[in-house]
Design a protein around this ligand. Structure first.
Ligand code: ZN
Length: 147
């Protein structure tokens, strides 16, 4: 009787003669991005402006321009801020009887401030995620060329 064994699956390998790309730590990369640092070295700045990412890391020269963060950072910001502000509003409404103008005076600035504070690190985290997963050119080939 013969037994057959399936070949082990090598994630990250392309062609048979191509070595597997080294694994990138997902959570470390996201963490570095959340701190607005290069997901590769953790030292170089990730942003040249408020939301404009650098072309490449000034420390390790890793190319950053491949990212396609697009709508994920604003989506995450709305999701987090919405849940926080609505929960806080409902909590305050439960224990006080503030008029509508007072609520607007409190929650509009809180919403704006939280959104501005969270948007940049969430974009950094998104870039870190895409870098770790070798998405959008971070794996060495442009979009659409690796399929
Ligand atoms: Zn770097």
């Amino acid at each position: 009787m013969t037994q057959s064994r399936a070949a082990p699956i090598e994630y990250g390998a392309g062609q048979a003669d191509e070595p597997a790309a080294p694994r990138r730590d997902l959570w470390r990369s996201i963490g570095r991005g959340l701190l607005m640092r290069c997901p590769h070295c953790g030292e170089g700045k990730l942003f040249a402006g408020f939301l404009t990412s650098v072309e490449a890391c000034e420390v390790c020269h890793e190319l950053i321009h491949h990212h396609r963060a697009d709508d994920l950072p604003p989506y995450l910001t709305v999701f987090i801020v919405g849940h926080l502000v609505v929960a806080l509003f409902m909590g305050v409404e439960e224990v006080t009887t503030l008029p509508l103008w007072a609520h607007l005076t409190i929650w509009i600035p809180v919403t704006l401030a939280l959104s501005l504070v969270l948007l940049r690190p969430l974009k950094g985290g998104t870039i870190g995620l895409q870098w770790a997963l070798r998405m959008h050119g971070f794996g060495g080939s442009p979009d659409g060329a690796d399929h």
